[in-house]
Design a protein around this ligand. Structure first.
Ligand SMILES: Cc1cc2nc3c(=O)[nH]c(=O)nc-3n(C[C@H](O)[C@H](O)[C@H](O)COP(=O)(O)OP(=O)(O)OC[C@H]3O[C@@H](n4cnc5c(N)ncnc54)[C@H](O)[C@@H]3O)c2cc1C
Ligand SMILES: CC(=O)[C@@H](O)[C@H](O)COP(=O)(O)O
Length: 658
């Protein structure tokens, strides 16, 4: 358990550190929890300070960027004075050469950009492609060496007395009555008076905010001897799908691809080829420069590509997320505005354009989006009771999906029950807190589904709308949207969950992997928390996780077949590799099979037919709930290894001879 500080910052990347430095300088005591310093986008970036070259349209983001650019010289001076380190700030200007004439080249020479014609361009920067017709010059823009900046920020934070804890993963943000009460981490819990969430592209692991990773690949070249040292380039070159950033230390940084591939790591041949081809096309001299390093990173991106800054529904939680392509540029203004908001309770009017609730359609009822559900008194809380017994050292955390916590690890369905009373009582007996509903069947009043949605108390149960009956990705996306509306109508305004089923085959009801992936990509982009139903394919599961799905739901065997877990080996691989909860869905026929899946390490189960079609569905609901909890406890307790031969339970020495 950590001590109590004034402010606890989750994420020690660029924003987390910049905010921590600002707050500590204002007199707060600050703790920063940082999982992986090197993984931060702040390390991966190119460090351009380029509001004009990036062609941001006029609006709040452009204003924010311009204000931040203006703060840069003083901000850098402060950090350098604190640490004695340089951050490589270089207001070198940006040249944006053009292969075709823009609409109005000569008339647009208003500050701060100027048009250079072909000969001016070649004179200004020798060695550029002969094919270029001219270029824009942005004299007020520039760069910072973002890796040096990250190191300097870290050093500045520590010099000022910030408690910077690296290698610490925040696993959950606990809330009560719109207040964060503590954060649970890999090394215990931490408390503070105020919290800042600055977890970059990974924020969604903690709260259901629409922030997703946008991968960028990068590489650097070394200026060889025979060229002016340390640099033949006097400024940044900003071209089509390429920027070329000269560093004062003699490297040339090339970036960056823009890829929506989730957290898919590594440099790819195509990515590096694209960067090299575009760079050489612009500045052919580069073809003989040796490659120094390749890397990649994940920009934290939102659907409208604007950051999320400022207040959250929790009074003591502030958000600093989603800076996408311009986070390096935006660091000083973010630190300033967030620092002022927390320490002085002064909200800059510009912050309203970056409020988190712009993504919620009904703003009056959105507070629940970020709050954990009240802990319902479920009829059976086996998952809690044994684990809270002080005699048992095994401890567990709640099931967490898209930032929402659930005590029960059993999800149930609503289909196939003989009547609504059986359904209600079985679901209650099972302790399930997540219940899936087939949107199409409810909407069309299919037999057995008339009035179904209204038959359950959705104040107690979290609805998981599913796209059952959809045969294509398009259909599933459409039905998912209907599902979201249905949840809203039933009082869950902020429910963005969808169980994605794309099933073209009626005989085995096996899901279409390609359609599922396509639909998942679109739904994630549109801000859904997607729980895809899949065959137990480890590669597909990983891919879906990488694109931002909040769980994976491999089937044990075909829906309604009661065949149990027929693909244990593949499910084990999925479990071993998943960073999101693995929910074994479909085919479970008996409590022993439910326990088996949980003992394997599944995070949760979805069971429908085995409960609905049991002779006594209520008793079976209860049995399934108990088996799920028992399997989980056994998994945590750790089963003995299987051995070929016996090993006696009683000692072999000290026997009494007859
Ligand atoms: C290839 C590339 C090029 C870029 N180029 C530029 C550029 O030229 N100019 C520009 O202005 N911007 C650029 N950017 C964007 C900029 O880098 C980002 O917007 C900025 O770094 C975001 O800062 P952040 O602090 O939000 O996230 P990050 O810097 O990614 O930091 C997030 C940190 O939070 C930690 N974390 C996450 N989850 C947890 C958890 N549960 N517990 C504890 N810690 C956690 C992570 O380990 C990480 O260290 C670029 C980005 C990339 C990827
Ligand atoms: C209701 C639902 O989502 C089912 O399609 C799910 O896959 C459960 O399968 P069983 O009915 O085999 O438990």
């Amino acid at each position: 358990m950590g001590g109590t500080s004034d402010v606890l910052v989750i994420g020690g990347g660029l924003m987390g550190l910049a905010i921590a430095v600002d707050l500590q300088q204002q007199g707060a005591t600050v703790t920063v929890l940082s999982r992986d310093f090197q993984a931060a986008a702040g390390h991966a970036a190119a460090g351009m300070l380029a509001p004009q070259a990036e062609e941001l349209p006029p609006g709040p983001l452009q204003t924010l960027c311009q204000r931040s650019l203006a703060l840069y010289p003083d901000w850098v001076e402060k950090l350098e004075a604190l640490t004695g380190q340089t951050v490589g700030y270089w207001p070198c200007g940006i040249l944006a050469p053009q292969f075709t004439l823009p609409a109005n080249p000569t008339g647009a020479a208003t500050a701060p950009r100027y048009w250079l014609d072909r000969s001016d361009l070649q004179q200004f920067q020798p060695g550029l492609s002969e094919q270029l017709v001219g270029g824009w010059w942005f004299p007020e823009e520039g760069q910072v060496d973002n890796r040096l900046l990250m190191q300097t920020l870290s050093m500045a934070a520590q010099t000022l007395g910030v408690d910077l804890q690296t290698g610490v993963t925040v696993k959950g943000i606990q809330q009560r009555d719109r207040q964060v009460t503590q954060v649970i981490t890999s090394v215990g819990s931490f408390r503070a008076h105020h919290y800042v969430l600055a977890a970059g592209a990974w924020a969604r692991e903690l709260l259901p905010l629409p922030v997703f990773p946008c991968k960028g690949q990068m590489l650097s070249l070394k200026v060889p001897s025979g060229y002016p040292q340390p640099q033949p380039l006097g400024q940044i070159l900003y071209g089509e799908q390429i920027y070329i950033v000269p560093r004062q230390g003699g490297q040339i940084v090339l970036g960056a691809t823009v890829e929506t591939v989730g957290f898919n790591p590594n440099n790819t041949a195509a990515g590096i080829q694209q960067l090299l081809a575009q760079a050489i096309r612009l500045y052919p001299e580069l073809q003989s420069f040796p490659i120094q390093e390749c890397w990649w990173g994940f920009r934290p991106t939102t659907p409208d590509e604007l950051p999320i800054l400022g207040a959250s529904p929790c009074q003591n939680l502030t958000l600093a997320l989603g800076h996408h392509r311009n986070g390096i540029l935006l660091a000083p203004i973010t630190a300033t505005l967030i620092g002022r908001l927390i320490q002085q309770q002064v909200a800059d009017p510009l912050l309203s354009a970056f409020a988190w609730d712009r993504f919620c359609s009904d703003q009056s009822s959105t507070a629940a989006l970020l709050t954990l559900p009240a802990t319902p008194a479920t009829p059976m809380q086996l998952a809690d009771r044994p684990l809270s017994d002080p005699n048992l050292s095994t401890s567990d955390t709640p099931l967490k999906i898209a930032g929402r916590s659930f005590k029960s690890r059993l999800m149930t369905g609503t289909g196939k029950f003989d009547n609504f009373d059986d359904m209600r009582h079985s679901l209650a007996a099972s302790g399930s807190e997540i219940v899936t509903v087939a949107v199409r069947r409810v909407q069309t009043n299919a037999p057995g589904h008339e009035g179904l949605a209204e038959a359950l108390d959705w104040k107690q149960i979290w609805m998981l709308p599913n796209t059952a009956g959809c045969q294509s990705a398009e259909e599933a996306v459409r039905v998912a949207k209907l599902g979201r509306e249905m949840a809203k109508l039933l009082g869950q305004e902020d429910n963005n969950f969808v169980k994605l089923e794309v099933i073209p085959d009626a005989k085995y009801l096996l899901p279409d992997p390609i359609g599922t992936l396509q639909a998942a990509e679109q739904l994630v982009r549109e801000g859904f928390a997607v729980l895809p139903y899949i065959n137990a394919d480890p590669l597909l599961a990983k891919r879906l996780e990488e694109i931002g799905c909040v769980t994976v739901m491999p089937l044990g065997s075909p829906i309604g077949s009661g065949q149990g877990i027929r693909n244990a080996a593949n499910i084990e691989i999925i479990i071993e590799n998943a960073q999101v909860p693995v929910v074994v869905d479909a085919g479970i026929g008996s409590p022993s099979e439910a326990a088996q899946a949980m003992e394997m390490g599944a995070d949760a189960l979805l069971i429908n037919t085995a409960i609905a079609k049991a002779k006594n569905p209520i008793a079976m609901g209860k049995a399934m709930g108990m088996a799920t909890a028992a399997g989980r406890l056994a998994y945590l307790a750790g089963r003995i290894p299987v051995k070929t031969y016996a090993s006696a339970s009683s000692p072999l020495s000290g026997r009494i001879n007859s």
